[in-house]
Design a binder for this molecule. Structure first.
Ligand SMILES: [Zn+2]
Length: 440
């Protein structure tokens, strides 16, 4: 088997004062595409491990967007390797056209790290690895730099090694193994967290995002991966409702969930249920709210599951975060998916009902949306439709909105429902509403 080894000279020569700050030269080994097998049988780089410290660590993508076909970050720690050179679900890789991203590894406790080993496999440009790895020197208070222009070094992280396995010439494909190993003269040091800043491998096209197969952190101990223990808070509300809040993936949100979100849900879920009753309908007695570390967007509701993007919530705790959950609770109560009548509900009205409750009833008056009558239309959805429904509730009573909801829940929605509820067509109503906005 042909194995190419490249060992770079230590960069410590350039840093005469303080070997502790010098980078460690990685050992890089490439098995050519035609020789690579599912055994990851490197000659010098250690074989991937399923019992290293990273296999029981918490991994998360803290910057960048994973490709829709990528495996979850757990793929990097489970010791399960791809069986061939193009198996997306067994790898972690960032979305096409992006510049890469950052992966945070949080060990259970600070450890004297002996090795950091990374593995990748692909027939072409997605095989090479280009990254820098930083450690937090055992101090967990350092900020995690989550934006590209935000440098880990500025945030106080220690650069451990710079890795670039791209061949100087020749084909980039194959199995790439990297071992960053400390020595007595140059230890990796004691760290609880590691931050990988991953770059794309080429700019020619949008596909230069590495297929990372496994990431190992060796501290000399063997770890037995345990079944996952989830962090779930249960809220029991008068009236027999139960809401669960899962912050396993986002421990930093737990105190906000307990102190701010739970009281909001306690007050508002029964209110929303009472707002939208219909014959023979029982709103869900129980639903879940789960926060995800690597989800994009804001939040969505599927049946009785509300899913929230941890990143967005972290950035909006003082502002719109609780309101976003109020919006999703309206979807839990709507349950239009169960309709038997067969008519399609207009998406703008579904979202309008949710935003009517959120922006016009839950949020303070000062945040009420004010649509621009020259540009807005009731079909604009979300806030605009929500404000329109609030105006209808003021003029025609809350029963009018209730009738629209009932029709959508029963699958009998049709334009004439507006006339039945208010005595006017939706276009007539909008004209009157827009005129009232112009008059203000
Ligand atoms: Zn919605």
């Amino acid at each position: 088997m042909y194995v190419r080894l490249r060992v770079f000279a230590a960069l410590s020569l350039a840093l005469p004062c303080g070997a502790a700050f010098a980078e460690i030269a990685p050992l890089i080994e490439v098995i050519p595409a035609e020789k690579a097998t599912a055994d990851f049988a490197f000659a010098s780089v250690p074989r991937p491990s399923a019992s290293d410290a990273a296999s029981v660590a918490r991994l998360s993508i803290v910057a960048g967007q994973a490709d829709a076909n990528s495996g979850s970050v757990k793929t990097l720690q489970d010791g399960q390797l791809p069986e061939n050179d193009d198996q997306p679900a067994r790898n972690v890789f960032f979305a096409p056209g992006t510049r890469g991203g950052r992966v945070l590894v949080e060990l259970r406790e600070p450890a004297d790290i002996q090795q950091i080993n990374t593995y990748s496999w692909h027939p072409a440009d997605r095989a090479p690895q280009v990254y820098r790895v930083y450690g937090d020197a055992g101090d967990s208070d350092k900020r995690v730099p989550a934006r590209r222009r935000d440098s880990a070094a500025d945030a106080g992280w220690t650069l451990i090694a710079t890795v670039d396995t791209r061949p100087v010439d020749g084909a980039p494909g194959g199995q790439h193994g990297v071992s960053i190993a400390g020595s007595e003269e140059q230890p990796i040091g004691r760290h609880r967290r590691l931050l990988f800043e991953i770059e794309r491998t080429q700019d020619r096209d949008q596909w230069g995002l590495t297929f990372f197969s496994e990431l190992d952190v060796v501290d000399g101990n063997e770890y037995e991966p345990q079944p996952e223990i989830r962090e779930i808070a249960t809220l029991d509300i008068d009236g027999g409702y139960t809401i669960t809040f899962d912050t396993t993936d986002t421990p930093e949100l737990k105190s906000w969930v307990d102190s701010k979100l739970q009281p909001v849900c306690r007050e508002w879920y029964p209110k929303i249920v009472a707002m939208f009753p219909s014959d023979g309908y029982d709103a869900p007695r129980t639903f879940s709210v789960t926060f995800h570390a690597d989800m994009d967007g804001v939040a969505f509701c599927r049946g009785t599951e509300v899913h929230c993007a941890g990143r967005w919530f972290r950035q909006n705790l003082e502002g719109e975060a609780a309101g976003a959950v109020v919006h999703e609770m309206v979807h839990v109560v709507q349950q239009y998916g169960r309709t038997r009548g067969g008519n399609r509900n207009p998406g703008w009205l579904v979202e309008g009902v949710a935003d009517y409750v959120r922006w016009c009833l839950y949020e303070p008056e000062s945040l009420r949306p004010r649509p621009d009558p020259e540009r807005a239309k009731y079909t604009d959805s979300y806030r605009t439709t929500g404000a329109f429904l609030a105006w209808i509730a003021d003029r025609h009573g809350e029963d009018a909105v209730r009738m629209l909801n009932t029709a959508m829940r029963e699958g009998t929605y049709a334009p004439h429902v507006w006339e039945r509820a208010t005595g006017a067509t939706v276009d007539e109503l909008w004209e009157t509403y827009a005129a009232s906005l112009r008059g203000k």
